[in-house]
Design a binder for this molecule. Structure first.
Ligand code: BG6
Length: 489
């Protein structure tokens, strides 16, 4: 246990501890930190939820989920240590008086607490009020808020206003788990630790960028929740815009939280608004219909369990995003994300400009441009597509397209890819906000996303249908084909 930081938070309180996120992600992440010796020896993990449970029942719940979701590293000694850290408190989140019970349960004299709000955002404010009323907030404490923060700009302001009555912005950690992914973090290294990309990362050298985040899963038992959101609020407003802003931002002065967030914010603010006039040309909304995935029939969105068959909610979005600034004017960023696509597959492809003149036309009529592919998941890695001479003595030079492939699994053999929540949890515990989203970023992202949602509403068109197991509606192909380009499949 030699790695932990003595300044780190010593009590982690999870509101919504019995929920899906806690089971699948938060508890396994904390276990991995414990295994790596990164938790303070005195740390407690306090599960808070509505249901009454004895500590033994909570321990059994935690063990069951660690067994299901920790893929490697279950160790009986560490499990015992982890169990000894667990505490459980049932609580009616909306009942101010019940927070006194929580105060009795939490250890006194702690240095710093992390309050993790893994509940519906609508009750973040109630939890803040309850903690405040029970005198449970000190200036060192931190609060983690899960997305989505609101449903639109206005509702996000209400939630943020409520929480900021009790916590200063420096104490608030808004999670976007994509910022904790190895490959998303690697964007910073790729861009700012390689001089190769210093002078060609702009409109002079880059033709366009494609960002695809495809999932093969459907709605997985959360139809009601998802239907209120749709893919624009669930994925584009946050994950895809965060990726885009890291890709497009100016070099920050350092890795400080505000240095990075200031630069990301400028990009989001420079996104060209999409309006009723151009929404058809610049966006596609889709909804999956019955189809097949890996040869197995799967139901369409409207035939999923709990579905309302009149829903117009989108499960797929493609957008041509443009950034109005000196670096990116005229370079489209095509974003595409959807549920029930053929595979879980997320990647960024940077298409460099074509050579101005082809001296190899005898062997290659249309020289393809270089492409830099950043594979976010699975098979994380970076790949550069380049032209190469085929070895041989023939008088006419033969060339072909080949790739330099930096696959993480081949390059860093035996290195486990850390889950995003492990890294982010550690950053909160250690008090580093760089990988968390600042309020103004959330608001700028809502402003842009709200414009599109509003334009969709005004145009009153149903989403385009696509069969489950396909790459989305045909019109998403036209969206990019209109610009004489095509999606990389
Ligand atoms: C979540 C969305 O934020 O991200 C889910 O709410 C989505 O709908 C998930 O499935 C995707 O995350 P990942 O890490 O599996 O790509």
């Amino acid at each position: 246990m030699e790695n932990f930081d003595f300044q780190s938070a010593s009590e982690i309180v999870i509101f919504g501890a019995l929920g899906d996120l806690s089971r699948r992600k938060l508890l396994p992440a904390l276990y991995q930190l414990d295994l790596a010796g990164l938790l303070n020896p005195e740390s407690h993990i306090v599960g808070v939820a509505r249901q009454e449970h004895t500590i033994e029942e909570f321990e059994a719940f935690v063990m069951e989920n660690l067994t299901s979701f920790v893929k490697e590293g279950l160790d009986s000694d560490i499990i015992e240590r982890f169990k000894s850290r667990l505490v459980y408190q049932n609580l009616d989140f909306k009942e101010i008086d019940s927070y006194k019970n929580l105060a009795d349960t939490l250890s006194s004299g702690h240095d710093t607490r992390v309050y993790y709000f893994s509940t519906p955002p609508a009750i973040y404010g109630d939890i803040g009020s309850g903690l405040n009323a029970a005198n449970l907030i000190t200036p060192n404490d931190r609060v983690v808020m899960e997305k989505p923060i609101g449903h639109c700009l206005e509702s996000s302001k209400v939630i943020n206003d409520h929480v900021s009555k009790y916590f200063d912005e420096k104490q608030i950690y808004r999670i976007d788990h994509y910022l904790g992914k190895e490959t998303v973090l690697n964007l910073l290294v790729l861009r700012f630790a390689n001089s190769l990309f210093t002078n060609n990362w702009d409109r002079n050298c880059i033709d366009h960028v494609q960002i695809t985040v495809a999932e093969s899963v459907g709605i997985e038992g959360r139809w009601g929740f998802y239907d209120e959101a749709g893919q624009m609020r669930d994925m584009i407003q946050n994950h895809l815009l965060q990726i885009l802003s890291l890709l497009a931002m100016e070099p920050p002065a350092d890795l400080g939280a505000d240095s990075i967030r200031d630069e990301k914010l400028k990009v989001i603010r420079a996104l060209v608004p999409i309006t009723r006039q151009n929404v058809k040309e610049k966006t596609v909304r889709g909804q999956y219909a019955d189809g097949f995935l890996n040869g197995v029939a799967v139901p369409g969105y409207l035939n999923e369990e709990g579905a309302n068959e009149n829903s117009n909610t989108e499960t797929f979005v493609a957008v041509k995003a443009e950034i109005d600034n000196w670096r990116w004017k005229g370079v489209p960023f095509y974003l595409r994300t959807g549920k029930r696509m053929p595979a879980k597959h997320s990647e960024i492809v940077i298409h460099f400009k074509e050579q101005p003149h082809n001296i190899f036309s005898d062997s290659y009529a249309d020289l393809p441009s270089n492409k830099l592919t950043i594979r976010l998941q699975p098979d994380e890695g970076v790949e550069l597509q380049m032209m190469n001479k085929i070895p041989g003595i023939a008088s006419q030079m033969k060339i072909h397209e080949n790739k330099l492939d930096l696959s993480f699994s081949k390059t860093y053999k035996n290195t486990r890819v850390v889950d995003a929540y492990e890294r982010l949890m550690l950053e909160v515990i250690n008090g580093n906000q760089s990988l968390f989203v600042r309020r103004d970023e959330v608001e700028a992202a809502w402003t842009w996303a709200d414009g599109i949602i509003e334009a969709w509403k005004e145009s009153n068109e149903a989403p385009k249908s696509y069969p489950a197991g396909s790459w989305g509606p045909v019109s998403s192909i036209s969206l990019i084909a209109r610009d004489d380009r095509q999606w990389v499949e």
